[in-house]
Design a protein around this ligand. Structure first.
Ligand code: PFF
Length: 463
């Protein structure tokens, strides 16, 4: 066992990395992005991007991490390319930005658990007053950051793999049960059609950009989280099959979460999906507004039980992601500055919590942070940060694959991937990795990065 604390086995790594990927991005963000992005056309683009563009980035990140056994900044230095450590630094910044608002939403999820335990189904209709009660949501997000810090202080190979092991199957069963229930409700089919039957005319630049941003965010790519987790992976383990499992688990859970949500939304709207298409219903409040009312239809006792269990699971799913977000800057401080882990955790977690205050108060409490940020499509600080972080992830992902293919060189990447995978050199997977990492991912990601940047921040649509 290395002093950095390797995962106890491959399953430990897979579970922790899948735990990082599966989180609020799948259950909170994916459905509302689909809603805003025009429904099924978005889903199709998302699936294509996840497997064609993101999967190679994931493989590359894990390989760089395992090769160097370092955090994202140290990794580029360790390979001998000091100039490229900017990728790692940007990743650290993106992680800090994401965690600052992610922790706020995770606090809402935890707060909803508390409300559901008390049988308060009306919290959904009063979502706006819930989020603007900053004393309450402030406490929830402090509690959440505290739990995150606790797990990170123990090291990722500790509790987090155990948590993910129980959590992942339970979450899947819970969502599938809710999918089954949602299909029994009136107007379910209108929701399913919106979600699954693509209307090609709906594909606009914002659909494409939104789907790509979502795929990166959901798979935890582009900021070095998987470089960090890869650094704890043993040389005996197969990177390709691990990455395949993580991608399938993440995409699968997002997909079924959508299958659960849209019938519920259609039920709430009496079958008329036009407010969703017009962007009047949806956005970051989607699950928080819709679900409590749905749980109420189960009757007060069962509804309270299922509702609180659902939000508890969602909080745990968020926790395995916040842990990976905090781990990136913490491992950087521990590796590079030799700061004791506990002190690094306390420093970084406190800083990020403070940095999250504008997001906390920007959901109703502070007029300025709620509506003062006029970027196309949204006006609140949290959405602004969300888009900023997404664009950083795209840029990071593009740089990581380009670096691996052309600077570090493909041969070295293949060499790393072959460790723990007998027969890699003769496999089709090698051809796929070679082609996507050299051409498809860098070129398409660079083009899409520019398109998304122009569209999201300047309102300029290139077609
Ligand atoms: N993938 C996480 C989610 O979908 O909730 C969010 C996330 C975690 C993004 C870790 C990036 C990251 F490094």
């Amino acid at each position: 066992m290395s002093s950095r604390g390797l995962f106890s086995n491959r399953l430990g790594f897979i579970l922790a990395a899948a735990g990082s990927a599966v989180g609020l991005g799948n259950i909170w963000k994916f459905p509302f992005e689909v809603g805003l992005g025009g429904g099924a056309a978005f889903v199709v683009m998302y699936l294509i991007f996840a497997f064609l563009l993101c999967y190679p980035v994931m493989i590359t990140e894990v390989a760089i991490g395992r090769k160097t056994q370092k955090n994202p900044v140290g990794a580029f230095k360790a390979l001998g390319y000091n100039n490229w450590k900017f990728i790692g630094i940007l990743g650290l910044i993106a992680g800090v930005v994401i965690l600052s608002f992610y922790n706020v939403v995770a606090g809402w999820a935890f707060g909803y658990f508390v409300e559901m335990v008390q049988g308060n189904f009306a919290v959904g209709e009063n979502f706006g007053s819930f989020t603007s009660d900053i004393f309450k949501v402030g406490i929830y997000s402090i509690i959440f950051m505290f739990f995150t810090a606790f797990f990170v202080s123990k090291g990722v190979s500790g509790g987090i793999e155990k948590l993910a092991k129980v959590l992942m199957p339970t979450l899947i069963v819970m969502i599938l049960a809710l999918v089954a229930y949602s299909f029994t409700l009136p107007h379910a089919m209108e929701g399913v059609i919106y979600y699954l039957v693509p209307d090609i005319s709906k594909i606009e630049i914002s659909t494409i950009g939104g789907a790509l941003r979502q795929a990166f965010f959901s798979l935890s790519l582009g900021m070095g989280a998987l470089i960090t987790y890869g650094s704890y992976l043993s040389k005996k383990d197969n990177i390709i099959s691990s990455a395949t499992f993580i991608t399938l688990a993440d995409v699968g859970i997002a997909f079924i979460a959508g299958l659960m949500m849209f019938p519920f939304v259609a039920f709430n709207l009496g079958g008329d999906m036009s407010p969703v298409m017009a962007g009047e219903v949806g956005g970051p409040g989607l699950i928080f507004v819709t679900l409590p009312g749905v749980f109420q239809t189960l009757g007060s006792t069962l509804g309270m039980f299922i509702g609180s269990f659902f939000f508890l699971l969602l909080s745990f799913a968020a926790l395995t992601s916040t842990v990976s977000l905090l781990e990136v800057p913490v491992s950087y401080m521990v590796d590079e500055f030799h700061i004791p882990r506990l002190r690094a955790v306390a420093l970084v977690a406190s800083f990020i919590f403070l940095f999250g205050i504008p997001s906390l108060i920007g959901n109703g409490y502070s007029e300025f942070f709620t509506s003062g940020f006029n970027i196309p499509g949204s006006a609140d600080f949290m959405s602004f940060l969300g888009k900023l972080a997404d664009i950083m992830l795209l840029f990071g992902g593009c740089c990581i694959v380009s670096f691996a293919a052309y600077i570090w060189k493909k041969e070295n990447l293949h060499e790393e991937l072959a460790q723990g995978y007998d027969g890699y050199h003769a496999s089709f997977v090698k051809t796929f990795v070679n082609f996507t990492v050299s051409y498809v991912s860098p070129i398409l990601l660079a083009l899409l990065f520019v398109m998304v940047l122009l569209d999201n921040f300047f309102g300029i649509s290139v077609f």
